[in-house]
Design a protein around this ligand. Structure first.
Ligand code: SF4
Length: 239
């Protein structure tokens, strides 16, 4: 990691906060602005994991409809999904979009739980976050953001989730670049914040909320609570 990324770099006279200080400020400003947002809806760890897989490329309302269908069809368990016929599972997942692809991904995840974890999410729990994450990444269709969402929200272990809003906000404030790897962005938050599932949960929720409310395709910097941090694009050009 470069000196720039450690947050120790300081340019005399520069107004711009170094990356780790920026992230800490961002967290405190948004936490004060929004209060406690910690979230990820789901009645069970498995339902949370299913939501994490289905939310790829769609909005949460569509995910909820698909999960409702799985419940109605008695398909919301690893064993039921693993044993289900393609057509039945795909029909239930239709509201979530890309339902054939998602049916394959969901079945691969359910199959993994059935084969290696006694058919339960609890069977995944025994190991540390890093080991679980590495195993999830071997399953068809589970990428870094989905794996981390399952580990953080489904299992309550401390792994920071990086999503498109996180990247956009850091990029617009000159903290990271568009092509920065997932791991590099994640490391910034891990180094800046206490290693706590509650803090990671809250920070991700805050980033999603400010992304939806202000940091849209066309940023609304004038009214955004983060407008005082570094130089956003709407406050006088690129940082
Ligand atoms: S809307 Fe502007 S001030 Fe707010 S996070 Fe995005 S770039 Fe920053």
């Amino acid at each position: 990691m470069s000196a720039e990324r450690t947050g120790n770099r300081s340019t005399p006279g520069a107004a711009k906060e170094p990356p780790l200080a920026f992230i800490r400020s961002l967290y405190h400003v948004l936490d004060r602005h929004y209060g406690d947002l910690r979230w990820w809806p789901g009645e069970t760890p498995f339902e949370v994991a299913v939501g994490a897989i289905l939310t790829q490329n769609t909005n949460w309302r569509n995910v909820e409809k698909a999960i409702e269908n799985l419940k109605k069809e008695n398909l919301l368990s690893p064993a039921a999904i693993n044993a289900s016929e393609d057509g039945r599972l795909e029909t239930a997942l239709r509201p979530s979009g890309f339902y054939r692809v998602k049916a394959k991904r969901l079945r691969a995840f359910a199959n993994y739980l059935v084969r290696f974890c006694g058919g339960t999410m609890e069977g995944l729990m025994a190991e540390g976050a890093g080991e679980i994450r590495a195993k999830l990444l071997t399953i068809h269709g589970i990428g870094e953001e989905t794996a981390d969402s399952i580990v953080l929200y489904g299992l309550g272990k401390p792994v920071f989730v990086v999503d498109a809003y996180t990247r956009r906000i850091l990029e617009r404030h000159g903290i990271s670049e568009a092509r920065e790897s997932y791991g590099a962005v994640q490391r910034l938050f891990v180094e800046a914040l206490p290693k706590s599932p509650a803090v990671y949960n809250q920070c991700h929720a805050l980033l999603v909320q400010v992304g939806k409310d202000y940091c849209r395709k066309e940023p609304r910097c004038d009214s955004c609570p983060l407008s005082g941090l570094n130089s956003p694009p709407g406050a006088g050009g690129k940082p």
